[in-house]
Design a binder for this molecule. Sequence first.
Ligand code: WT7
Length: 666
Amino acid sequence: MGTDAGAMASDSSLEHELEAMLEIEKFEPPAEFRERANWSDPAIYDEAAADPVAWWTARSKELLDWDIEPTEGLNDSDPPFYKWFEDGRINASAQCLDRHVAAGIGDRVAYHWRGEEGEERDVTYADLHRDVQRFANALKDLGVDKGDVVGIYLPMIPEVAVAMLACARIGAIHNVVFGGFSAESVRERMEFADAKALVTVDGARRKGKTAPIKEQVDEQMGSVDSLKTIVVVRATGIDVPMTDGRDVFYDEVCAAADPECPAEPMEAEHPLFILYTSGSTAKPKGILHTTGGYLTGAATTHRYVFDLKPETDVYWCAADVGWITGHTYIVYGPLANGATSVMWEGAPDYPHQGVWWENVERYKATILYAAPTAIRTFIKWGADIPAKFDLSSLRLLGSVGEPINPKAWLWYHKVIGGERCPIVDTWWQTETGGIMITPLPGITATKPGSATTPFPGVKAEVVDEKEGEPLAEGQGLLMLERPWPSMLRTLYKEDDRFIETYFSKFGKERYLVGDAARRDSDGYFWVIGRIDDVVNVSGHRLSTAEVESAIVAHESVAEAAVIGQTDEDTGQAICAFVTLRGGTEPSKDVEAGIREAVATRIGKFARPKRIVWADDLPKTRSGKIMRRLLRDIAEGRALGDVTTLRDPDVMAELEAKIAEESDDES
Ligand code: WT7
């Protein structure tokens, strides 16, 4: 390799090979993998199905050490408000730390942390145990009590795990906001939850630049009445404004705090965290997870989906802690299982496009869990980049966040996995807390593009849209038909919205997922995508209404309709149809202003990729915007039925606009 010509030649022969592999229907688990797998007997599915509650209870006792073991599995007396392991007592932070230290594995590395500029920190279980106790006491000293909400807005540094576990230790409810969200989004999420404290950072690095996070946070947080304290982690050392009586430095409060903080056993149903996620309306939903059930789901799925051998594996989940994937599969699952993880601070292309593979080689990672959007990006950069690194330590690959197209699956399998690593395509959601539909790597024959079948103990169906009747084959709505321990308990402070969103279509015992899916003749599930107005950009969940409301906040905008448009790189991309106020002409400046408004309101990742100027939008007679037609038009499909439109001519005008747009490009 080395020369461009060589790389191109190998790319095109790779292309041919992948093309040929598309013919392969099923990939059986390699015999070698199966022999050593944690689970290799398919009887596990029947065992779990025979009595799911007893089965989950047994997993809970197998993988967790309860302070008081529960005598009851599921309380389903008031659906959909299910309770699990109700009379049990357990502390999440003690499960993740104390018991490992007590078992003599305190020296084991919990996180091989690597910073953007190549800095390294190996954080052991004993280190975390020490830091979490101090910070838990510091939070108490700052007046944080059991049941209070603590915001966390931090980059990918070990302190993010410390902050989460310190909350768990004292029964405070953490409310993490992904670092890519704007400070305004943070304010909103603190207001909705009445957060009492916020843990943030002086500055956050991204590709060699440092963003002044504390300064941005200050501009927003003044108006949040409930917020008494801001704790600032000094990660970059940049100067920050500090408000007397409100702001403190993390290192200083930790140094002043008592080093010992015994973990208080919590009721199994004590809230562990809230995580805001996008729904059909502009207001994000506060997904509430509780302690015992969530930990059971996290530990069980992490152990068995990733076939984890805590003594020997080096596991890397390349998500951000700010999303549910990070909560469950960077923090709670791996730590509960005593795993050694890689934690990477940075972007996939800084300082170079091979940095992920450099990390795999450096830490001899054995398991990699990543999003299809990342894989597609690596495909674009070329197979010659990973080829420069030794990836032979890898033995299992995972995918999460959106459907993975078969070509990307095969590339992952061949180029990264060297054709020896099973791939687990894991379907789940913020709401489900943990993986729901997935292969078991020592059991399931995989099909590229399918998440295969439900995890043991989980019952999923594809049902017809009208009656909710399960379909043996074909396309319909994805439903989860029975409660599971790590399910959300409610939407924080919005019980009615919880019922309305998930349990109003087919009753209070059937969870409406919000995805369309198809089942094939083997009963395998193929998740197609959202049926509501939720868009998935690079695995980041956004609501069209949220983006619309950010756009209409721009002074020149009269109205906007946002859709998710299929995109080669990001899965879906935001496309906005915008009607300007009278007197404003479309221009590059207005366009930039609109993008900026979205970055400020939500975050840069939500900025529209495409803006179409529309004199009018297609609406029904009752005034509802018909996004379906906008999706058709944006993707160049033939238009469906337009007769229900108030003004059918609108579509012809828009079609002309789109045609103009493509003329401009050529
Ligand atoms: C939505 C949930 C799961 C944690 C990260 C995203 C889509 C997720 C898959 C998959 C097809 C998937 C669904 C789901 N999705 N995983 N393996 N195959 N689609 O969590 O932000 O709550 O989004 O992501 O549409 O409903 P989230």
